[in-house]
Design a protein around this ligand. Structure first.
Ligand code: 5CA
Length: 438
C-alpha cells in the first residue's frame, strides 16, 4: 500500500476525550473514529488489525474443534422470553420494534439463538460433542461506555457455544476452550491470566476470565506473583487428549478477580500475593442446563432417555483486544505492534521522494517485499523525513526500512526494529533476507 493512496487521517494533538493511552493512540493513529457514544467506525488501519486479531482467534477456535457459523445481530424478543432473560437483561439491552410491531433486539450475546438452532437440528448424543462459534457484532447499552473500544456499546465478540450429553463431556469442552484461549492470547504477544470469576448475567457456577494486567484495567485482581514470571502457552496442544491435568496444572497458580477473591481463604502468602488491575479479554462459562432446560433442548442419551443438553459459552472481546494490546505494547512515540497483529509488516520510508535514485530503490524494494508476501506501507509522500519517521513510530509497524540519498549512493539501506529502536545499516539484499525470514 502506498501511503499517498492510503486513508490514514492522523491527529497531531492528544484528543481531549481520550483518558487512556490506547484510546488516545487509536484516535491519533487514524485507526478508529467515534460515530456516537461507544460506537466506532473502523478506519483502514484499525480494520486491518481487527481482521488480524479475528483471524488468530478463528484459527485457534478451529484448531480446538469449534465450527464457525454466523448468526444475525438482530434477534426476536420471544426467544429471550423463552429463557427468562428478556426482562432480566434490563436497560443494557437495545430493544427495537419493527414495522409489524414485533419486538426485536440487538443481540448482546447468543445463548438463546444458538440453543434454538441446536434444538431444531440435534436429537441424539451421537451428534455430540458440538461447539459452534461466530464472530459477530454485539450491542450492550452500557451506562458508561468509555476508554474507546475497551468498553464500547457496539463491539466485536467471538462467542462459542458447546453442547455435550453430560457434565463430563461439558467439562472436556470447557478445557479445550481454556487451552485454546492460552494459545490465542499468547500468539498476540499477550499474557492473559485465567482467573476464577463471577458469572453475572450469563449464569452457571464454573467460570474463568482471561485477564491482561494493566494499570488502566477496569477489574481489580489478585494473583500469585509467580504469574508475573510465567511464560504463556504457545505449545501445540493435543485437543483429542484429556486436558484436565494440564488445566489443573495451570490453575495451581492462584489468580482471582476481586469478586471471587476471599482474603481469608486465599492460599497465597501475603508476600507473594500480587494485587493489580486488569483488562478482561475473554470469559468462559460452564452453565450446564440453564438454557437447554427452559428452552427444551434435549437429546437422547446412550441409555435411550431424553436429557437436557449440557452447555457452556466462551467469549473473546475481539475489538477490545486492540485496546488491550496497545495498553500492553506502546512507548512515548506511539504503538508498538506485536508482529502477529501488525497492520503492515514493514514501513518503507523514502527519505527523499522525488529523487530519481531514491524512488527507484524504493520501488524495487516495495515490489520485492510484496512478492515475498510481506504487507508493506510505502511512505512515498512528499513529507519531510522527520514527519515520516514520526508517522511510522506512531502507527507502530514492527519494521521500518529506510532509504535515503546517502545510503543509495553507498548501496545501503537502514533497517529499524520499532520495538527496540535498534537501527542497522545493511545492503538491500541483506535487509530483504532479514525481513522475509522474520
Ligand atoms: N455469552 C458469553 C460468552 S460467549 C458472554 O457474553 N460473555 S461476556 O459477557 O463475558 O463477554 C465476552 C467478552 O466480550 C468479554 O470477556 C470482553 O472481552 C468482551 N466485552 C464484553 N463487554 C464489552 C464491551 N462493552 N466492550 C468491549 N468488549 C466487551
Amino acid at each position: 500500500m502506498r501511503l499517498s493512496r492510503f486513508f490514514l487521517p492522523l491527529i497531531k494533538e492528544n484528543p481531549s476525550e481520550a483518558q487512556i493511552v490506547s484510546h488516545r493512540l487509536m484516535l491519533r493513529a487514524g485507526m478508529v473514529r467515534q460515530a456516537s457514544a461507544g460506537i466506532y467506525s473502523w478506519l483502514p488501519l484499525g480494520h486491518r488489525v481487527l481482521r488480524k486479531v479475528e483471524q488468530i482467534v478463528r484459527e485457534e477456535q478451529d484448531r480446538a474443534g469449534a465450527i464457525e457459523m454466523l448468526m444475525p445481530t438482530i434477534q426476536s424478543a420471544d426467544l429471550w422470553r423463552a429463557s427468562g432473560r428478556y426482562e432480566d437483561y434490563g436497560k443494557e439491552m437495545l430493544r427495537i420494534v419493527d414495522r409489524h410491531e414485533r419486538e426485536m433486539l440487538y443481540g448482546p450475546t447468543n445463548e438463546e439463538l444458538v440453543t434454538e438452532i441446536f434444538r431444531n437440528a440435534v436429537k441424539s448424543y451421537k451428534d455430540l460433542p458440538l461447539n459452534l462459534y461466530h464472530i459477530q457484532w454485539k450491542f450492550r447499552d452500557e451506562v458508561r461506555p468509555r476508554f474507546g473500544v475497551m468498553r464500547g456499546r457496539e463491539f466485536l465478540m467471538k462467542d462459542a457455544y458447546s453442547f455435550d450429553v453430560d457434565a463430563k463431556g461439558a467439562r472436556a469442552a470447557y478445557n479445550r476452550m481454556f487451552m485454546a484461549y492460552l494459545r490465542t492470547f499468547a500468539r498476540m504477544g499477550l499474557k492473559a491470566i485465567p482467573m476464577r470469576a463471577d458469572t453475572g448475567p450469563i449464569g452457571g457456577d464454573l467460570s474463568h476470565e482471561f485477564i491482561i494486567l494493566a494499570e488502566t484495567g477496569e477489574s481489580e485482581v489478585y494473583c500469585d506473583a509467580a504469574w508475573l514470571e510465567t511464560d504463556m502457552l504457545k505449545a501445540d496442544i493435543d485437543f483429542a487428549a484429556d486436558l484436565q491435568p494440564a488445566v489443573e496444572a495451570i490453575l495451581a497458580n492462584y489468580a482471582a478477580t476481586s469478586e471471587m477473591h476471599d482474603a481469608a481463604k486465599c492460599p497465597v502468602p501475603p508476600e507473594r500475593l500480587h494485587k493489580a488491575r486488569g483488562i478482561e479479554v475473554g470469559h468462559i462459562f460452564y452453565f450446564g442446563t440453564k438454557y437447554s432446560k427452559p428452552m427444551g433442548a434435549n437429546v437422547v442419551g446412550p441409555d435411550g432417555a431424553l436429557v437436557p443438553v449440557e452447555m457452556g459459552s466462551y467469549g473473546i472481546g475481539v475489538s477490545r483486544l486492540l485496546g488491550a494490546i496497545i495498553e500492553a505494547s506502546h512507548d512515548d512515540a506511539g504503538i508498538v505492534w506485536p508482529d502477529a497483529v501488525a497492520p503492515f509488516d514493514v514501513g518503507l520510508v523514502n527519505l527523499r521522494s522525488g529523487d530519481a535514485k531514491c524512488d527507484e530503490a524504493c520501488e524495487a524494494l516495495y515490489a520485492r517485499l510484496q512478492a515475498a508476501g510481506k504487507d508493506v506501507l510505502y511512505a512515498d509522500t512528499a513529507e519531510s523525513a522527520g514527519a515520516k519517521f514520526a508517522t511510522m513510530d506512531l502507527i507502530g509497524l514492527p519494521w521500518q526500512l529506510v532509504v535515503g540519498p546517502r545510503g543509495v549512493a553507498a548501496g545501503k539501506v537502514e533497517l529499524k526494529r520499532r520495538k527496540t529502536g535498534e537501527r542497522v545499516e545493511m545492503s538491500a539484499d541483506e535487509a530483504l533476507n532479514r525481513l522475509t525470514a522474520a
